[in-house]
Write a protein that binds this ligand. Structure first.
Ligand SMILES: Cc1ncc(C[n+]2csc(CCOP(=O)(O)OP(=O)(O)O)c2C)c(N)n1
Length: 303
């Protein structure tokens, strides 16, 4: 597809998604792999940087906002999803990807996740699940394992963890996948499928955090993960099966596309009054959805 802003039809390359900014993540941080994989997936799907918006919140993962080409929005902690949803509704010609940590997404911003899944907004969401609040130096998050010793809970956490994949599967989601940050090839493949999906694509990345989570480094995941594609007859249109398969996060951890509703109807197509609308700018007549209004009189009231 040609670029919507400059009409360029050149094939996107990895370089288009690179940035001159210096990476500040720790050595061996899973974020490096995740960023490489998302770039690869975009290039492989021939999505240009000028047709891509990435939305971030505060966190180690959020510090990726100026490390990737294309348009970026770096918002408040736990709020990357509403930013992405708003942008996607306003301009559905662009590919919108949101990123968030387990802390921001399943703690502070969990309501946004729930409603974006329910509404099936057409974005890809990448959960960086490193089992802790990384940027603020290793506090327990909702995905930290019970009894795990963290900087804010030196005797171990005392709460049951929230299971991200099962939680999202329980919300009538239309796409739920899992991968792990040590396998760029696998992540890229999953991201490609997520980008193709029409609706809310939830991708959980089991992410290593070499500084604050010593319990589950890449090697730990490597010994345990297996792709659902290797399960004979695995039917990823079966939600109950996906819930069951996703359950184990300790011994044998299923990755890949756990669940997909191939008949998924994204939010915009559920809004019958807007069917056929392009939702870009005022010059998109006859599909115009937005108009310029003179609001100077309204503004006067606040002076
Ligand atoms: C509303 C709000 N709550 C808390 C904070 C403080 N804060 C900033 S980053 C962060 C931890 C981020 O953890 P996570 O979302 O898991 O991302 P990670 O750093 O692990 O990638 C916290 C608690 C904040 N900035 N805003």
């Amino acid at each position: 597809m040609s670029c919507i802003t400059c009409n360029s039809t050149t094939t996107p390359t990895m370089k288009d998604f690179q940035s001159k900014n210096i990476f500040t993540w720790c050595t061996n941080c899973g974020n490096y792999g995740i960023h490489t994989a998302i770039r690869r997936a975009l290039v492989s799907k021939k999505i240009s940087a000028c047709n891509t918006l990435t939305c971030f919140d505060i966190g180690c993962n959020g510090n990726g906002s100026d490390k990737i080409g294309g348009y970026n929005f770096h918002g408040l902690h736990g709020r990357s999803i509403p930013l992405a949803v708003g942008a996607e509704m306003a301009n559905r010609k662009i590919t919108v990807i949101a990123f968030g940590g387990d802390g921001g997404t399943l703690g502070e911003g969990i309501g946004h996740l729930v409603h974006a899944v329910r509404g099936n907004y057409n974005i890809t969401f990448v959960l960086h699940n490193n089992l802790n609040y990384g940027l603020t130096k290793g506090q327990a998050s909702v995905t930290t394992k019970k009894n795990m010793k963290m900087n804010s809970s030196p005797d171990g956490t005392n709460s049951e963890l929230l299971h991200p994949a099962r939680f999202v599967l329980s919300l009538e989601s239309t796409f739920v996948a899992r991968s792990f940050s040590g396998d760029v090839k696998h992540m890229s493949k999953v991201f490609e499928q997520a980008l193709d999906h029409k609706g809310f694509s939830f991708v959980e990345i089991l992410q290593s955090c070499p500084t604050y989570n010593k319990e589950t480094p890449h090697e730990w995941y490597m010994d345990r993960v297996y792709d659902v594609e290797t399960i004979d007859g695995y039917d990823n249109s079966n939600r109950e099966l996906a819930l069951k398969t996703a359950q184990d996060q300790e011994e044998r951890i299923a990755i890949g596309v756990l669940y997909q509703d191939k008949k998924s109807v994204p939010q915009i197509d559920r809004q019958l009054n807007r069917n056929g609308a392009m939702g870009t700018k005022i010059e998109t007549e006859p599909y115009e959805e937005t108009r310029q209004y003179d609001i100077s009189k309204l503004l006067e009231k606040f002076r």
